[in-house]
Write a protein that binds this ligand. Structure first.
Ligand SMILES: Nc1ncnc2c1ncn2[C@@H]1O[C@H](COP(=O)(O)OP(=O)(O)OP(=O)(O)O)[C@@H](O)[C@H]1O
Ligand SMILES: Nc1ccn([C@@H]2O[C@H](COP(=O)(O)O)[C@@H](O)[C@H]2O)c(=O)n1
Length: 242
């Protein structure tokens, strides 16, 4: 079915395993828009910090490593890429070491300041070049683009999220027990929701979408309806649908 093209920013936030990346990528591809995975940027900085071998609790040094790291995040929804200091780190940033360390690193205010500035630059460029972008993370609707015309906060039961994550890990050759995956999901939820700067939470004007009993096509269909209902679709000619 022809959907038209996205005009503006769709902010997609929520805890781990709710389907943000999968849904955001598909939504952007369907609507001829760009896609920004902000979690990948925090992961890349975390990889730089781990490689530097510094103490994660030393926030000043963590901030120094972050500001020296060159993170380049692509916005093609069909091929989302992450480079750190010129090398493709797309696979490495999904590993358990980075997943364990990413929440404390992303809680450092100076790290967030650096990455939010870069995210806003990428978003402005994407709007200029493509007219629309789907941005996913933890603070997009509350801090990165608080005036986004559509903010969606995805939720799902922790057990459902852990099951999805375990299946995904197993498909990519990373075996772990369901209990360990659930513990990791809950640990990150707790850390991300309780940090001082831009904690994970729904923006007051976000639409909350519970994906527990939805499959991916169902989530995508619900998002497409919301984009349409918010008047963010243009025909390929550029005319906004009335
Ligand atoms: N509605 C859904 N129903 C079933 N599985 C889903 C659904 N949405 C996503 N998944 C699957 O769950 C897994 C995790 O999804 P995804 O990586 O998109 O979540 P996420 O919210 O971006 O997580 P994180 O924030 O940790 O990156 C993927 O394998 C995806 O295919
Ligand atoms: N806007 C964001 C995005 C992510 N984070 C932190 O990064 C971690 C990894 O995110 P994934 O989406 O790749 O799983 C996440 O747990 C947060 O700690 C963030 O703070 N803000």
């Amino acid at each position: 079915m022809e959907h038209g093209e996205l005009r503006g920013v769709v902010a997609l936030d929520g805890p781990s395993g709710t389907g943000k990346s999968s849904a955001a990528r598909r939504l952007a591809a369907t609507l001829g828009a760009r896609y920004l995975d902000t979690g990948a940027m925090y992961r890349a900085v975390t990889l730089a910090v781990l490689r530097a071998g510094v103490d994660l609790a030393d926030t000043g040094v963590v901030a120094d490593v972050a500001s020296a790291a060159l993170v380049v995040q692509g916005t093609d929804p069909d091929r989302s890429t992450t480079h750190l200091d010129g090398a493709d780190v797309g696979a490495e940033i999904r590993g358990p070491e980075v997943t364990l360390a990413v929440s404390p690193v992303s809680a450092v205010p100076a790290v967030r300041e650096l990455l939010v500035a870069e995210q806003r630059r990428i978003i402005a460029q994407a709007l200029d070049e493509a007219g629309g972008i789907v941005v996913e993370g933890r603070d997009i609707g509350t801090a990165v683009v608080p005036d986004a015309p559509l903010k969606v906060y995805l939720t799902a039961d922790a057990e459902a999220r852990a099951q999805r994550r375990a299946k995904q890990d197993s498909a990519s050759g990373r075996e772990s027990t369901l209990d360990a995956t659930l513990a990791d999901v809950q640990r990150r939820d707790a850390y991300d929701s309780s940090r001082a700067v831009s904690p994970l939470r729904a923006a007051e004007d976000a639409v909350v979408l519970d994906t527990t009993s939805l499959d991916l096509p169902g989530t995508l269909a619900a998002l497409l309806d919301l984009v349409d209902a918010h008047g963010l679709l243009a025909q390929p000619s550029g005319r906004v649908r009335g």
